[in-house]
Design a protein around this ligand. Structure first.
Ligand SMILES: [Zn+2]
Length: 338
């Protein structure tokens, strides 16, 4: 009997030791204690600031987990950017703010988030854990330089399309309503994408476990595009189109844009970037749903080859391409409103 108890006590001691080791060896910025208490009580607008300098060393550690070659530094002269981020949050529908308010640790402005010289990185999100490895919240980083663009121009970057004529090919992007083609709209869309990651982290919707070949009964959102081989074949094609950009093969990528548009039109992926992985599919879908359905803003790409329209893409949530994903988010937000 006594022996049994000793066994349990030793086991519990070991478990605690393992937990404290994992907690203490995680980069500081990934530990809840680093961000302190009380952030949940602050209005969302008060959670926007320049990245604190003491977060830098461990942030670089934390980011290198994500294969980032990080040159991140706190943003300089960011007062007006902070105000624009605050406006971007104010513009969001109440149900979006309600959905994220208990999990948004903070939004921090940085510079140098891009992985390399020829890629933009507008923002990123990472999860923060408590001692028991429970998900406590999400920190969002916004690159103040890469987001310092009018919305339509920023959209061309997000979708990896040339907005000016490149070898006869040009894409006209439209993310903003007339009179709203400004930085606030850019910041709002980037934030919505990162908040999509927050919702995913909190609810464990697609992150962490997904394998293309292992269908799981409860894979819910990910099953909509990633299990069905008929649909998934589009993602394979599109993803290889995207890897041409990432490997610097821009000419081939641009030449195949009409095909890429045709494949996207037949798929239920909201955007090209959504085809890279289920977690990005979710974040892109979240942003586009809020932007085009809840806020009734445009999302359009018009592809011209030598002046003739050869492809057009709209929001899959309003043109019927991703009806299943629309149902998913209709239900998610109906729950928030209840
Ligand atoms: Zn993302």
């Amino acid at each position: 009997m006594t022996k049994g108890w000793t066994g349990w006590i030793v086991m519990a001691g070991l478990l605690l030791a393992v937990l404290s080791m994992t907690y203490l060896t995680a980069p500081e910025v990934r530990r809840a204690s680093f961000w302190g208490e009380g952030w949940q009580d602050k209005p969302l607008a008060d959670r926007v600031s320049v990245l604190p300098a003491d977060a830098l060393p461990s942030l670089r550690d934390g980011l290198s987990d994500h294969h980032f070659i990080s040159q991140v530094v706190p943003a300089k002269n960011a007062k007006y950017v902070i105000q624009d981020v605050q406006r971007a949050i104010e513009d969001m529908p109440q149900e979006v703010r309600d959905l994220v308010k208990n999990r948004l640790v903070g939004i921090y402005l940085v510079e140098g988030l891009a992985q390399s010289e020829n890629s933009d990185s507008l923002g990123m999100a990472f999860a923060v854990q408590g001692f028991w490895r429970q998900h406590v919240g999400t920190v969002i980083l916004i690159d103040r330089n890469d987001t310092d663009k009018r919305a339509n121009e920023a959209m061309a970057g997000m979708e990896y399309v040339p907005s000016r004529n490149y070898r006869g090919m040009a894409v006209a992007p439209r993310l903003a309503r007339r009179g709203e083609n400004d930085r606030v709209t850019t910041l709002r869309y980037v934030l919505l994408h990162e908040l999509g990651h927050l919702v995913d982290f909190e609810r464990d919707i697609v992150s962490g476990w997904f394998s293309h070949d292992e269908a799981r009964a409860d894979c819910a959102f990910a099953c909509l595009s990633w299990i069905n081989p008929e649909r998934h074949r589009f993602s394979r094609y599109l993803n290889s189109a995207l890897s041409q950009v990432q490997s610097g093969n821009h000419d081939d990528y641009v030449r195949s844009l009409p095909d890429t548009f045709r494949h996207l039109e037949k798929s239920n992926f909201p955007s090209l970037y959504a085809t890279t992985m289920p977690a990005e599919d979710f974040a892109e879908s979240f942003a586009m749903y809020v932007h085009t359905v809840l806020m009734r803003r445009p999302w359009e790409l018009t592809l011209r080859q030598n002046g003739t329209i050869v492809g057009e893409l709209g929001s899959c949530f309003t043109d019927g391409r991703c009806r299943d994903k629309r149902d998913y988010f209709d239900r998610l937000f109906a729950d928030v409103r209840r």
